[in-house]
Design a protein around this ligand. Structure first.
Ligand SMILES: [Zn+2]
Ligand SMILES: [Zn+2]
Length: 248
């Protein structure tokens, strides 16, 4: 099967983000905050947040150890069947995000996300990114986020979405350096991933999007400062300082 990765076209440059299920409770990072990072990370793309939809009866799920898990295939089906409702001339990718847990099939226990590259669709779950997971739904729905947990969750949500969107742009798992594109199958591996691309992966993304790296880094510094991602703000600031030094 021939895999066609997504490349920007004059008109096809919109990444649609489709929230599915409720994002209206105490332990949620609002999707509009997360997509601010997507806008900066993929310059030249337009990022549009669609209105949240509920799970429909046709979306398949199973109960696994008391946790409801929706099948990724149901999301793909929905995103493909509703393409006519979006602007097909502008659409580059369309991905669903959800606070529900997701699984691929009976064989897989759960996944953070999955994509169908050939169709330009994907689905990503933030359910397991809460430091309190797997607390009961009652606890999750009644315990407000502390600032510390908010930052942990925000960092993880942004990582999942940027990592997975990079896959849709053709990047594979990185084996060269500590990198956002390192594979992660559990919480420890996810927290080990940094929120930046190594030089190899940055060059790969640049070959597709042709952006000004310094502008991207400066925008990222401002956004990390705005939302309290201090480690990342310092990392990006050091790189920008280094660029300035070499320009002297
Ligand atoms: Zn991956
Ligand atoms: Zn890399």
């Amino acid at each position: 099967m021939q895999i066609r990765f997504r490349f920007l076209h004059d008109s096809h440059k919109t990444i649609y983000i489709q929230p599915v299920g409720s994002f209206n409770h105490l332990r949620v990072i609002p999707p509009d905050v997360i997509i601010e990072f997507v806008r900066i990370f993929f310059p030249g793309c337009e990022v549009e947040l669609l209105s949240t939809i509920d799970f429909s009866k046709s979306m398949k799920y199973r109960e696994n150890d008391g946790i409801r898990q929706y099948r990724t295939g149901s999301f793909y089906k929905y995103l493909s069947q509703t393409r006519h409702k979006r602007d097909a001339k502008r659409e580059l990718l369309c991905v669903a995000v959800t606070m529900a847990d997701i699984c691929i099939s009976k064989i897989w226990d759960w996944v953070y996300g999955q994509a169908r590259i050939i169709d330009g669709v994907g689905v990503y779950s933030f359910a397991r990114l809460d430091p309190l997971f797997p607390a009961s739904p009652q606890i999750l729905l009644s315990t407000p986020l502390t600032n510390e947990h908010r930052i942990i969750m925000l960092r993880r949500c942004v990582k999942v979405l940027l990592h997975e969107l990079n896959h849709l742009f053709g990047l594979k798992h990185c084996i060269y350096y500590i990198c956002l594109m390192n594979g992660a199958n559990n919480e420890i591996e996810m927290d080990r991933q940094p929120l930046y691309l190594c030089p190899v992966c940055l060059r790969k993304l640049y070959s597709t999007l042709q952006f000004n790296v310094r502008d991207v880094y400066e925008n990222f510094i401002a956004l990390c400062g705005k939302y309290g991602l201090e480690e990342e703000r310092i990392w990006y600031q050091k790189r920008v300082d280094c660029i300035q030094d070499t320009n002297k």
